[in-house]
Design a protein around this ligand. Sequence first.
Ligand code: C5P
Length: 291
Amino acid sequence: MLRTAAKVNLTLEVLGKRADGYHEIATVMQAVDLSDRITLDDADDLELRSTSVEVPTDGRNLALRAAAALREAAGLGQGVRIGLDKRIPVAAGLGGGSADAAAVLLGLNRLWSLRWPLERLDDVAASLGSDVPFFLRGGAALATGRGEKVEPLQGRSLALVLVNPRFPASTAEMYGRLTPAMYSDGTATRALARSLRRGPARVAASLYNGMEAVASGVFPQIPRMRAALLAAGALGALMSGSGPTVFGVARSHEQARQIRARVARGSWECWAVRTLTGPAVRLVANGARRG
Ligand code: C5P
């Protein structure tokens, strides 16, 4: 079984609009230990079974599209049955769909004995979505271009609290609402990349998301979740990606659990998590470890 981790964006800067309709961005992506579980079994066709009713099981599903794209790129004919135990909330700004797609690429690279290096999987990954190349590696990374150009960053493990309001946000819609006044120049991202080794207080002081204002206008829950995290003792708080999940930075995992207990309420789902300094996708024995 594969475990595939979610991400948060410790910064997200939109630098400008591109001719291809995407936006040029600079972001620090960070894997966190909230993970989906994926199994891959030989089959004649491409099939997917999921524990979540929110996940499409047809050609819109990014994990299935990953299998189809790799099969095509490798010129193979076989199928695979994908089992998806969904724990990362869907359309949450946590990269769950991209994480699943990366796990399928890495898992099938083994199952189909392709032995492709990561650099070769990168092209297939980037064709599936801007976040997918990050998840082939994990840890912390500086991502540029439309998000698909990934450089690893060294950092320390951090304790975070994730808060999700149990409704989805559309990435395309949030990007579509941006105006040039919300663009920035990458300075915040470079500063955060330097802060990453210096501990939680420095990271908290450098958080920045250029999409948070626009998303907060659409979803007033976002500033409420951020305020609740800060009131509960978080050193800093920020929306992840295009939202709506908000995360807080804690001093320690113990404090993250205290903050989680204070912020958890009826309609909000909360997790105390640790950031991962290693791979986002890991092969584990069935039934081993929770998280
Ligand atoms: O790459 P991905 O499929 O995840 O992007 C989803 C949508 O988000 C794109 O269709 C585009 O509208 C928007 N997007 C963008 N600039 C980026 C990444 C995504 O405009 N760098």
